[in-house]
Ligand binder design. Sequence first.
Ligand SMILES: Cc1cc2nc3c(=O)[nH]c(=O)nc-3n(C[C@H](O)[C@H](O)[C@H](O)COP(=O)(O)OP(=O)(O)OC[C@H]3O[C@@H](n4cnc5c(N)ncnc54)[C@H](O)[C@@H]3O)c2cc1C
Length: 414
Amino acid sequence: MELYDIVIIGAGPAGLMAAGHASELGARVLVLEKNKYAGIKLLMTGGGRCNFTNNAPDKIFAGKFGFNGKWLLSGLSNFNSDSIIDFFAARNINSQANLEGKVYPENNSAAEIRKALIDYVESNQGEIIYEARVIKIIKDADRISKIILSDNREIKARNFIIATGGNSYPLSGSNGDAYTWLKELGHKIIKPRPALCPIIVKENFVKNLEGLSFQNCSLDIYKNNKKISFESGDFIFTGHGLSGPAALNLSRVITKEDKTNLIIKIDFFPDESSESLDKKFQELIESKSKESIRNILRKLTQKRLADFILDNRNIEISKKGADLTKLERSEIINFLKNLSLTILDIGGFNEAMITSGGVDLREVNQKTMASKLYSNLYFAGEILDLDGPTGGYNLQIAWTSGYLAGESAAFHKD
Ligand SMILES: Cc1cc2nc3c(=O)[nH]c(=O)nc-3n(C[C@H](O)[C@H](O)[C@H](O)COP(=O)(O)OP(=O)(O)OC[C@H]3O[C@@H](n4cnc5c(N)ncnc54)[C@H](O)[C@@H]3O)c2cc1C
C-alpha cells in the first residue's frame, strides 16, 4: 500500500495551495521541493510586496489570458480572486487594492504570504521534504506509479500533482525539469518561451535615456507595417530598450513572433492628437519666444527627454523659441507622438517573470486539473500553458489550479 494519497512536486504557490487544501480534506500529502526553502520565487513577487491577485471580475480576468482564458472560467467559478483574498484574511492577512485592481497584503509582505501557505500545509499534517529533486516519473499503463529522486529514492503515491513552475528565473528552482518528463509521458508541451521580460531594441541611443520612466503612454507593435498589438500604461527606458508594465506585457506577444520587421512605436501623449500637441507647443513658444528652446521643451516633457530630443534632432539648445523652424517643430512633435524603435529581441528566461507555453490545456480537464492521459496525474500553476499580464494575474493561476488539483486529487480514490 502507498504511504501517501498525493505526492506534489514543487513547493511554490501552486504546490503549497494544492498541498494545504488536499491535507485539510484529509488526504495524506507529501510535497517534494528541490530547494532548501519553499516559495523562493514567491518571495520576489511584486518586488517583495506580493501582488497576489487582481480583483477584476472573472470574465475580465479570464480575458487577460487571451485565447486560453475561456479554459480558466470554470476554475475561477470555484476559486477566484475573492476566494484568495478571503483565504488570506482568514489567516490574518488583510489586503489592499490599488486603482488597477492589483491586490497586495496590507503589510506588503511576500514573506507573510509564504508563511501562511506553509502553515496551511503543516497545520493540516501535510509533509514537506526539502532538497528533494525529482528526476523522473514512472508510469504503469495509464497511471503514474512512482517518482524517482536525484538520490535514487523512489516514492509511490496514489496521485501526483506536478507544480514545478515554468522555466523563468531558473535559479529560483523552476528550470523546466518537468517538460522533459511530461514529453516522455506523451503529454504535449506548447513551446516554453520567456514572457513578461524587457524588450531589446536596435537603437543604441536608448542608453542615453536609461532610467527615464513615463506614465500613461501608448505602445504599439507593428509587424511588417501592420499593427499587431498595443498597450497603454507605464514604461521605463533601460540600457538596451524598454521595461515597465506596458513593455513587459507586450513581451507576451513579441515572444511568439519572428523578430524580423518588428517595430514598437511610442506615443508619449496618447490623449492628444499631433495637431493639438503641436498647437500647445506653439502656444508655449509664443508665450516664451525669447527663452531657449531647451527651456520651452522642458515645460512640455521631462528634462532629460527634452534635451535628448534636441540633441537627436541636431537642434541647438540655446536657439530662441521664436527661431525654431516649422520642420524642427514638426520633428519634435513626431518624436513625442511616434517614436519608432526596431525590436531585436526580448530578455531571456533569466529576466522573464513568467513562462509562456507549457502543458497543452487540451490535455487537461479544466474542472479538475487532471491529466486526460493519466488517471492519477494533476497539474497546478505555471507548468500549464497559461500566461497573464502583470497585475496579480499569474499568481491567481497558482491559487486556482492549486486549489482544484488538491481537491480533485484528494477525492480521487481508484
Ligand atoms: C521577479 C518576479 C516577480 C513576480 N511578481 C509577481 C506578482 O507580483 N504577481 C503575480 O501574480 N506574479 C508574479 N510573478 C509570477 C509568479 O511568481 C509565478 O507565476 C508563480 O510563482 C508560479 O507559481 P508556481 O507554484 O506554479 O511555480 P514556482 O513559483 O516557480 O514554484 C515551482 C517550485 O517547484 C520546484 N521544483 C521545480 N522543479 C523541481 C523538481 N524537479 N523537483 C522538486 N521541486 C522542483 C521549484 O524549486 C519551485 O519551488 C513574478 C515572478 C518573478 C520572477
